[in-house]
Design a binder for this molecule. Structure first.
Ligand SMILES: O=C(CO)[C@H](O)[C@H](O)COP(=O)(O)O
Length: 228
């Protein structure tokens, strides 16, 4: 699929997802380019009378949603979140996900795990047999190069993420990202179990057994997968 077709599918699925938002809901609002379209569509519904509270998962999403007049609260200011809608980098055949390509997976995972339901919205290029996308790991800057060496010793092919200027990418929580280049990654649960005990890791981008509904946009239209 070329990049124009992918962009078109992201826009379509972003608009599609807004139909699932009902008056009175508290909505977790994910991050990334697919979610950008969803936020635009949600803004239009709010401007025509929809009454919701949004809980953004990144500074970028907060800024975008606020500009459109979407009422917002932080995850600590709400007592529940009815539904979180978010993008994903890849989804495998077990409906496990990799997130964090945009470096927002820590806040996204905190919002997701505090949500009654989670929905992912993706273009069809994101659906894969086995993951072949780098797994992002958010790490404390202190000791991050030692951690990178440790991950290399574990054959996890780590690389501290840098921006085009060659500086370490920092997250909204002022941490670094180490990407693990594992291709293919067939056992994400095993990888999560390897990463969880390591000191200095705050959160990895494996979102396991977490999604309730996936909307996959195809050329012919959206496909809704009810996972759990
Ligand atoms: O996890 C994320 C950000 O941390 C995004 O949901 C993921 O990277 C997908 O982004 P996009 O919609 O731009 O392809």
């Amino acid at each position: 699929m070329d990049s124009e077709a992918i962009k078109h599918q992201k826009a379509q699925v972003g608009q599609e997802a807004v139909q699932y938002i009902e008056d009175g809901m508290v909505i977790g609002i994910g991050s990334g380019s697919t979610m950008w379209y969803m936020v635009e569509a949600l803004g239009k519904r709010v401007q025509t009378g929809l009454n919701i509270i949004g809980v953004p998962t990144s500074h970028a999403t907060r800024k975008h949603a606020a500009q459109l007049g979407i009422p917002l609260k932080t995850v600590d200011e709400v007592d529940h979140i009815d539904l979180t809608i978010d993008g994903a980098d890849q989804i495998d055949v077990q409906y496990q996900g990799i997130k964090g390509g945009g470096a927002s997976h820590l806040m996204e995972k905190i919002v997701a795990t505090n949500s009654t339901k989670n929905m992912w919205i993706v273009d069809e290029s994101k659906m894969v047999e086995a993951f072949n996308y780098p797994v992002p790991v958010e790490v404390i800057p202190y000791g991050s190069r030692q951690l990178e060496r440790r991950l290399a010793q574990m054959d996890l092919h780590p690389r501290l993420r840098k921006n085009p200027a060659g500086e370490f990418v920092t997250t909204d929580s002022n941490n670094y990202i180490i990407d693990l280049y594992l291709d293919p990654l067939t056992d994400p649960i095993r990888l999560a179990n390897q990463l969880n005990p390591l000191v200095g890791i705050i959160e990895h981008g494996l979102f396991l057994n977490m999604v309730n509904t996936i909307i996959v946009q195809h050329e012919q239209g959206p496909e809704v997968i009810n996972v759990r």
